[in-house]
Design a protein around this ligand. Structure first.
Ligand code: NAD
Length: 358
């Protein structure tokens, strides 16, 4: 099969880690007989320098016409003083909106080799942790009405949490579909004891649950979820949450895993196309030194193959190649847990690439 991928290398470590992802993808193409072609697109700081804006219409058009988008990361101190609408991170909002990406999927899995990296006690983490956070991405308080007004108590600011049935239905369906391919358990996060938007969230999630009778749904209040995640994280499999709750809880889950350089993500829309990126940023402090860990990007490529191209066998081949390489003891500097010498980011990519087989 042939696939066209829009590639945004971005800023900082972006080009280094994306190169690792593309090398792995090329190897998958050779081993499994697929052709991946790449359209390179500027976005973020690099686009500000060339075009004066973080995302041009042309860049967005190329992404819209591709089968999927692979993104490194954008941003850096060079652009930190620009006004909000011109910051590199604006490119991400433009891409999410322009590609209709309403579901963010972040797996958080603890690798056996990295238990020591988790801040949780071993008796908790020994039970395992393998969760997928499904976060609503284009609604809720980040997009609701906001403003400031003067009152007798001085200035007042407000942000509004708004969710429609349609928005909740589609994110709930995404979560149930993910659960059907896993252990058929969904925890739905809300604050239905206080918030009206959460009460609608709960009603709609249970309505959609009727379409998936095999899946067990549990409602968890967000404050309880924050506690349960550190107390007994192994109880969770698929978790679905609003934009705000998902934002906070997915960072908590990332901390449980302990290593940001290992965590991939996908943002999906209606048509199966997606944008795939590591959860970390552009890490300007280590850019250009060939020490950045490419694994989060390489695992994002595996998610692209599975979720957008339906290439399950190929996705597993990448995940197994990562596991094999880590099991052999190879470590980049950020995940070094023994006395051995760290390897470079490019060496890690090439070892993973070589480990890919049918
Ligand atoms: P960051 O994730 O870039 O870095 C945090 C820490 O983790 C740093 O010490 C960094 O060296 C380390 N790190 C990150 N990725 C690593 C990797 N692959 N291998 C080894 N170590 C790694 O977060 P930050 O420093 O808060 O942000 C830096 C810039 O990235 C900012 O401009 C921010 O706005 C931007 N950012 C972009 C995205 C995105 O493009 N999706 C996401 C988050 C932050």
């Amino acid at each position: 099969m042939k696939y066209k991928i829009a590639v945004i290398m971005g800023d900082g470590i972006g080009p280094e880690i994306v190169k690792g992802g593309l090398d792995v993808l090329d190897r998958v193409g050779t081993v499994f007989g697929h052709t991946f072609s790449y359209d390179f697109v500027d976005a973020g700081g690099v686009s500000i320098d060339k075009n004066g804006v973080p995302l041009t219409d042309e860049a967005l058009r190329i992404c819209q016409q591709a089968d999927s988008v692979l993104l490194g990361a954008v941003g850096g101190p060079k652009w930190d003083t620009l006004p909000g609408h011109l910051r590199p991170e604006r490119a991400l909002l433009g891409l999410r909106k322009g590609l209709g990406l309403y579901a963010n999927i972040r797996p958080a899995k603890i690798h056996k080799e990295f238990k020591a990296a988790s801040p949780l006690r071993s008796e908790i983490i020994d039970k395992g942790f393998d969760m997928v956070m499904v976060r609503e991405l284009t609604g809720g308080i980040y997009f609701g009405e906001r403003g400031r007004r003067s009152t007798s108590n001085g200035e007042e600011a407000y942000d509004t949490e708004t969710y429609s049935e349609m928005e909740i239905e589609r994110i709930a369906r995404t979560a149930f579909e993910v659960a059907m391919k896993r252990s058929k358990k969904v925890a739905s996060i809300d604050k239905a004891n206080v918030l009206e938007s959460s009460r609608l969230w709960r009603e709609v999630v249970h309505k959609i649950a009727k379409e998936y009778p095999e899946v067990i749904v549990t409602d968890v209040l967000v404050d309880n979820m924050a506690m349960q995640l550190v107390k007994n994280p192994s109880q969770f499999d698929v978790v679905v949450a609003s934009n705000l709750f998902g934002d906070i809880l997915s960072d908590e889950a990332a901390q449980i895993v302990g290593s940001i350089g290992l965590m991939p993500s996908a943002s999906l829309g209606y048509d199966g196309k997606g944008m795939y990126e590591p959860i970390h940023g552009s890490a300007p402090d280590i850019a250009g030194k060939d020490v950045a860990n490419p694994i989060a990007t390489i695992l994002s490529v595996a998610m692209m193959l599975r979720l957008s191209f339906n290439l399950e066998e190929e996705a597993i081949a990448i995940e197994q190649a990562v596991d094999k390489t880590l099991k052999k003891g190879y470590r980049t500097r950020d995940i070094l847990d023994n006395d051995s010498e760290p390897i470079s980011g490019s060496k890690m990519s090439s070892l993973i690439r070589e480990a890919i087989s049918k």
